[in-house]
Design a protein around this ligand. Structure first.
Ligand code: A3P
Length: 334
């Protein structure tokens, strides 16, 4: 089973690769740094590191994307659980349109249910009632119209140690798929950790990403809903109710009685989503190669970093992060 762009049920328009490639010259003029594999370097744009293929969409969105006031953006740095929160938001927002058995999430990888800004995926005029968009963009890199119009934003972050470990596994698998034979050249986990600690990761520095949305959420609490993956795990029901209120479709008394909240949570759980046929065996096209959808579902656990990083490494990253976040009111400490 393949979940290519043809099967996207919601996205109406995708920017052509020619339109995105127009940005190659601008990107090649940016400062460069080592990526996590020899075939991929990182480019510095507005203080953040990007892989060039994502940056094309970022620059295209900067120049062409015009948000509408009721658009909602689901933002996150990579590997913080956006597959999960996207699924929750999608199911909450579309629950009157589809029921459990007809939801596109049954047959489509969650990432294809919501347009992704960096791929130049936009709605046409007749978008859904709650137009959801997804992006990994840092707050200060979002298209101007998103901020100017005061669009709502849901932000998800995650403990940096688990985020790093998840990201390392993800990119190693991507490299093995799109550049077979190069996986041995992929950065070893200790070396990649050093780069992550220096801020050199896709959409990094990670702490700057978190801080940008954190500060914005303090300034505009009605517009930016800030979550941590660990809280979403611990207090899923409360978070889901908050999400529904934020998306302006709170659960009715009848829905509460019928167990709609619990059904949504169950449907979007790691066990349930990762066992759907489309997510187990389906594939997506990424840079002309098929990547297995199961790449988005690894373990879905809190604290898995302990299986890959030493206690000293964990402490080192914690210290860096807490120092960077100090004075902001945001912390990853329990
Ligand atoms: P691990 O690699 O630690 O298992 P993203 O969705 O932003 O790409 O992040 C991927 C991480 O979220 C992976 O973490 C993945 O397993 C986890 N994940 C995916 N779906 C999930 C779900 N429904 N519930 C909890 N975690 C999930």
């Amino acid at each position: 089973m393949e979940s290519s762009s043809m099967s996207k049920p919601i996205i109406a328009s995708k920017t052509s690769s020619e339109s995105l490639e127009k940005y190659k010259d601008e990107i090649s003029g940016l400062p460069h740094g080592n990526g996590w594999s020899p075939s991929q370097h990182l480019c510095l744009h507005k203080g953040f590191w990007f892989y060039p293929h994502f940056l094309q969409g970022v620059l295209h969105a900067r120049d062409h994307f015009k948000a509408k006031p009721n658009d909602v953006f689901i933002c996150s740095s990579m590997k913080t659980g956006c597959t999960w929160i996207k699924s929750l938001c999608f199911l909450i927002a579309t629950r009157t349109q589809f029921d459990d058995s007809t939801s596109p999430l049954r047959t489509t990888v969650p990432h294809d249910c919501i347009p992704f800004l960096e791929y130049g995926e936009y709605y046409t005029e007749a978008g859904p009632k709650t137009p959801l968009f997804a992006s990994h963009l840092p707050y200060t890199c979002l298209p101007e119209s998103v901020i100017d119009l005061g669009c709502k934003i849901v932000y998800l972050c995650r403990d940096p140690k688990d985020t790093y470990v998840s990201m390392w596994h993800f990119f190693r698998k991507v490299v093995a798929t799109i550049a077979p034979g190069q996986e041995d050249l992929f950065v070893p986990i200790e070396e990649g950790f050093g780069l992550f600690c220096k801020g050199m990761s896709s959409y990094g520095p990670y702490w700057e990403h978190v801080l940008g949305y954190w500060k914005a959420s303090l300034e505009r609490p009605n517009k930016i809903l800030f979550f941590k993956y660990e809280d979403l795990k611990k207090e899923t029901e409360a978070c889901v109710r908050k999400l529904a209120e934020f998306l302006e479709c709170p659960f009715s008394i009848e829905e509460e009685r019928e167990g709609t909240v619990q059904n949504i949570i169950k449907f979007c759980s790691f066990e349930s989503l990762s066992n759907l046929e489309v997510n187990k065996t389906g594939k997506q096209v990424k840079r002309d190669k098929f990547v297995e959808n199961n790449i988005y579902f690894r373990k879905g656990k809190v604290g898995d970093w302990r299986n890959y990083l030493s206690a000293e490494m964990g402490e080192r990253l914690d210290n860096i992060i807490e120092e960077k976040l100090s004075g902001s009111g945001m912390t990853f400490k329990n």
